[in-house]
Design a protein around this ligand. Structure first.
Ligand code: FAD
Length: 688
């Protein structure tokens, strides 16, 4: 039988409906907008995307993969920079790979002429970053199960490695160290030294730059690469979308993904999909001259988010209007701020870090970390695009002279737009917008230690945040991105429709007013910082300043347990601040907890600026040596929260000293005990 036209139309309609049904809308966006990048797909469920890295490299013709394990975006940024440099200087066909996106069983089949790079941050207590947990467990596992069982399995693999760590932590750069060791044990060949960047010393960027040059030399020699004149090649194509305006419904104005754009955001809410949470309550718990501290209650009912006492909440910030304007102005984009553009990766392995079509304004406001410190390498990259001969020379000098760069840029805490302004007031219109997308981090959510107990308020998360404002001679104070945004939200909640803390203004009602009524985008990150499951166990907490945040939650929880008739163990909190009358956090609340807990609870305070001598929490700890030691002998849990750079380290040292004195053992032995307490989770830190 022959089909007539009607049959064909009917069949075609059935076919299309079937495709639509099975793809459940995944591809519909593409037919509607040929330029839109499938952001949700790139960041979440990836239809048909391979997890086979070897296959991916083959099909996209790559010979160098840069894997990253990143928590806050820096490792990811370094990975992209290595990939770009490998391509522009040595003609390597590079790609960047999120460790979470691939399987590792076939790494033993990586061909000999290819190279693997690892950029690995160490997080918290020597842990891998969230996206590197599986890889770490696989590669350091007892019986690494590769697909081909060659012997040694990774004999073909050549790799380079750089780690991002912080020397104030016990397990400095343990991620890169352990992975390097594991790879070598499996037969892989390391090229050049494994680099280590130190955030604790504030030298991360310089450590990276100092590591990569000899690494490239070693790699070029080993692989027979020839260096060529590096020319800038954009990774992304920017297309102006004449037919669209910022009011077109398909244009993203800062919405984090498609569900948010279409107004049907739903869970699971996580690092790719924030919950737009109502702020139930906000206040300042202290306000003095240039310092203030916020307390906020974030309502998570209706989100199916949950938390446990000791977890972290991530706040997704928005850049201040003043800095957005500064950036758009100096780059010559001010008049085009609302023009609609699409951004498309020119390389199939590159990801556009935000959804499009969108506007310049939305990208700069919601997605680019425009206020962060500037990298020297980025300045060098931008040099050819400087507006005048003079500024070209200056940029090249800044890019190549570390000390000069520090004097002119880092020491003054300039962000990228401020740096460009300082170098030349002319508009920097020649810089391709792609260079900013590549060279600036994407805006990172900031974490806060939840300061409430999930037992007491399951649906409301408290945070306690000091508003960042740093006085810098010769310029305006440096204002923290997130905390000033939160301050503006607090002002709005208290009746100010145009809040402008310190002269900063925000798009406070969010894209298309979706955050109106005082909302903030959040997600929850579960942590290992936890109360003992048995409430009768004694606990000792050390939390000066905002380090007290999780301990407010701990004490709140124990007070509730005591009220409910449970047997609650000794609960000691060491708290420190400058002055009792100035920045004593929750000073009124502690009495309520004391009423519930009675003698079980002691709050021991150290006010550093009240006496002739500065007194800190570690001094108070020393004064209470006897009880501290006795409780530890009863297996008390010991917690430290707050400043990683000094306090946490000193508390660690003082604790060892206390044990040595009280138990009459050598200090070295006491230090060993502290270490074993840490491995047994009896000593827990939540520091930043
Ligand atoms: P940012 O804009 O991120 O600035 C932060 C700092 O970066 C500045 O102070 C400055 O030193 C540096 N910086 C920024 N821009 C520049 C520049 N252009 N040049 C040079 N340096 C620059 N904080 C709390 O208040 N309470 C908590 O309970 C809490 N818990 C935390 C828990 C965890 C696990 C972590 C990781 C952090 C926690 N923090 C907490 C810190 C918090 O996440 C933020 O870092 C802090 O609030 C500052 O954020 P911000 O966006 O306001 O400042």
């Amino acid at each position: 039988a022959q089909f007539d036209t009607l049959d064909i139309v009917v069949l075609a309609a059935i076919f299309l409906a079937t495709v639509a049904w099975f793809t459940k809308g995944k591809y519909w966006g593409i037919t509607r907008d040929p330029y839109a990048t499938s952001y949700a797909a790139a960041n979440g469920n990836k239809p048909g995307k391979t997890r086979n890295i070897i296959e991916k490299m083959e099909e996209s013709n790559k010979n160098c993969v840069v894997f990253y394990g990143s928590q806050t975006g820096t490792a990811e940024d370094y990975a992209s920079r290595l990939a770009k440099e490998g391509k522009s200087r040595f003609g390597l066909e590079t790609m960047v790979a999120d460790l979470e996106d691939y399987d590792y069983e076939n790494l033993d089949t990586l061909p000999e002429d290819k190279i693997a790079m690892f950029v690995l941050a160490t997080y918290g207590e020597g842990e891998p970053t969230d996206n590197a947990v599986d890889f770490y467990e696989f590669i350091t596992g007892e019986d690494v199960a590769f697909s081909n069982a060659a012997d040694p399995p990774l004999e073909n693999m050549k790799f380079v490695a750089f780690g991002l760590g912080n020397n104030t932590y016990e397990h400095y750069n343990s991620m890169v160290r352990n992975v390097t060791k594991a790879l070598e044990k499996l037969g892989a060949t390391r090229i050049g030294d494994a680099g280590e960047g130190d955030d604790g010393a504030g030298t991360m960027e310089e450590d990276f730059l100092a590591w990569k040059d000899p690494m490239w030399t070693a790699l070029a020699e080993k692989m027979g690469l020839e260096e060529r004149e590096a020319v800038y090649e954009p990774v992304f194509a920017i297309t102006e979308r004449e037919g669209l305006t910022k009011d077109s419904p398909e244009v993203y104005l800062g919405e984090p993904n498609k569900m948010h754009l279409e107004g049907n955001a739903k869970g699971p809410f996580n690092a790719h999909n924030p919950y737009i949470a109502p702020i139930a309550e906000s206040r300042e718990i202290f306000t003095v001259k240039d310092r203030n501290c916020l307390h906020m209650e974030i309502d998570i009912s209706g989100s199916n988010l949950s938390y446990q006492t000791g977890d972290h909440i991530a706040i997704w910030p928005t850049n201040a209007g003043k800095e957005v304007d500064r950036f758009l102005n100096i780059t010559g984009l001010l008049s085009k701020r609302d023009s609609v553009i699409s951004v498309k990766a020119l390389d199939p392995t590159a990801k556009v870090p935000f959804p499009t079509p969108t506007t310049y304004d939305a990208i700069v406001r919601y997605h680019m970390e425009i206020c962060a410190p500037v990298s020297r390498q980025f300045i060098a990259t931008l040099a050819p695009f400087a507006p005048t001969e003079e500024s070209k020379v200056e940029m090249a000098k800044l890019g190549s002279d570390k000390d000069y760069f520090h004097e002119k840029i880092s020491n003054r805490y300039l962000n990228i737009a401020q740096a460009l302004e300082a170098i030349s007031k002319e508009k920097w219109t020649a810089i391709p917008f792609s260079a900013f997308i590549e060279g600036l981090n994407k805006v990172q959510p900031r974490y806060y230690s939840i300061s409430s107990s999930s037992l007491v308020q399951k649906q409301k998360i408290s945070i306690t945040a000091v508003v960042e404002s740093i006085e810098i001679p010769g310029r305006d104070a440096l204002k923290g991105v997130t905390t000033n945004y939160l301050l503006a939200l607090k002002q709005k909640q208290h009746g100010d429709d145009h809040p402008d803390p310190h002269g900063l203004t925000y798009e406070i009602t969010g894209p298309r007013n979706k955050y109106d009524g005082v909302h903030v985008p959040v997600h929850v990150r579960h942590s290992n910082f936890k109360l003992p499951s048995d409430p009768s166990k004694p606990i000792i907490m050390v939390g000066p300043g905002t380090g007290v945040a999780p301990f407010r939650g701990f004490v709140q929880e124990r007070a509730a347990q005591a009220k409910a008739g449970e047997n609650v163990g000794r609960t000691i909190l060491f708290f420190g601040c400058r002055k009792q009358k100035e920045d004593f956090l929750y000073s009124d609340e502690w009495n309520t907890y004391k009423e519930a807990l009675g003698d079980k609870f002691s709050l021991i305070t150290a006010f550093s600026r009240e006496g002739p001598k500065k007194v800190y929490v570690q001094h108070r700890l020393q004064e209470h040596a006897k009880e501290v030691n006795e409780l530890l002998l009863q297996k008390a849990y010991f917690y430290v929260c707050g400043d990683a750079a000094n306090m946490a380290r000193e508390v660690n040292a003082v604790l060892a000293k206390i044990m040595a004195e009280q138990r009459g053992i050598p200090e070295a032995k006491a230090e060993e005990i502290v270490k074993s307490m840490r491995s047994a989770n009896q000593y827990q830190e939540d520091v930043w």
